[in-house]
Design a protein around this ligand. Structure first.
Ligand code: 3EB
Length: 292
């Protein structure tokens, strides 16, 4: 995804571990882990844009991806999904009368249904974004030996309880999770946007969407800090990845979020957001020492 310095400026994500690592790869799925936690990526090709039944196919690929990643996590002894990044082409495009994001939600729901009640009771933090042009369905994930503790946002209806207005099956994710890393505690906040209750607020107003998003982030942070085993995750210590629908909005989004979030680490990139009327989405994380 292109960032503020353009598509050519490479951008990387790295997760570090002290322990000896194991790794593997199998048909579009690659992973590394140290026994306490595991980071992986599954990429599945989609049919060409003119192929028929492309929506139904995205649903099936999504189901397959989630079932394969859960099978891997079970086999590796890190069965608990903490955080997922769902990326796909044309997330807002219509296929067979349904938006592709909604086909994706059907497939994710199918997988959870197949896995049964235990999986369904435990939502990971997540983001779901679209990239311009072609590209595979790409799902990155972080999982651990220990169950994460889910956090919801009192200002928002939980995504898994969204009404049918947003698709035939709801998105399955928690607003954030707290996860025990062994060396400390992660706060992993899901993609957070200008949604109050279940409705998008401030359509067309990117500044107001940034401000509302910051209020939601602080509300999630407050909830997380009631449950944390650290001395508290501080807003200023969070790192944020910011998805911006229109690259022309990079300067105004940076200015507004620096004002609202205290000039913390912001990485901006262009992406399509999973509701047509959302212009910006922010995901955040922090790590803290656990109190003894
Ligand atoms: C929202 O709050 C905005 O489908 O996994 C944010 C984070 C959003 C994750 C997902 C969707 C997802 O509903 C969209």
């Amino acid at each position: 995804m292109p960032g503020e310095r353009g598509a050519a400026a490479a951008w990387r994500e790295a997760w570090a571990s002290d322990g000896p690592l194991q790794q593997g790869q199998d048909g579009g799925l690659r992973w590394r882990g140290d026994g306490d936690w595991l980071y992986g990526l599954i990429e599945l090709d989609e049919p060409t844009p003119d192929a028929p039944e492309r929506g139904a196919c995205l649903r099936e690929r999504t189901r397959e991806a989630y079932l394969r990643l859960f099978a891997l996590l079970g086999a590796r002894g890190t069965p608990h999904l903490w955080r997922v990044w769902n990326y796909m082409a044309g997330i807002n495009s219509d296929e067979q009368g349904l938006e592709r994001y909604r086909w994706f939600n059907l497939g994710r729901h199918d997988a959870y249904q197949a896995l049964g009640a235990t999986a369904a009771a435990q939502m990971p933090a997540a983001s779901a974004l679209g990239w311009a042009g072609h590209g595979p369905l790409s799902i990155a994930f972080l999982a651990g030996r220990r169950a994460p503790r889910p956090i919801e946002n009192p200002r928002q209806v939980s995504a898994f309880h969204y009404p049918g207005d947003y698709g035939p099956r709801p998105p399955l994710f928690a607003r954030a999770v707290l996860a025990d890393s062994g060396a400390g505690e992660w706060l992993l906040v899901s993609g957070t946007a200008s949604i109050v209750g279940h409705q998008t607020v401030h359509p067309g107003d990117v500044v107001a969407q940034c401000e509302e998003t910051a209020r939601n982030l602080r509300a999630v942070l407050d909830e997380a800090n009631r449950a944390t085993r650290t001395s508290g995750h501080r807003a200023e210590a969070l790192s944020h990845r910011v998805y911006v629908r229109h690259a022309a909005d990079f300067p105004v989004v940076r200015r507004t979020l620096e004002r609202c979030l205290g000039g913390a680490g912001l990485t901006l990139m262009q992406a399509d957001i999973c509701r047509q009327d959302l212009l910006v989405e922010v995901e955040s994380l922090a790590h803290g020492a656990v109190l003894r």
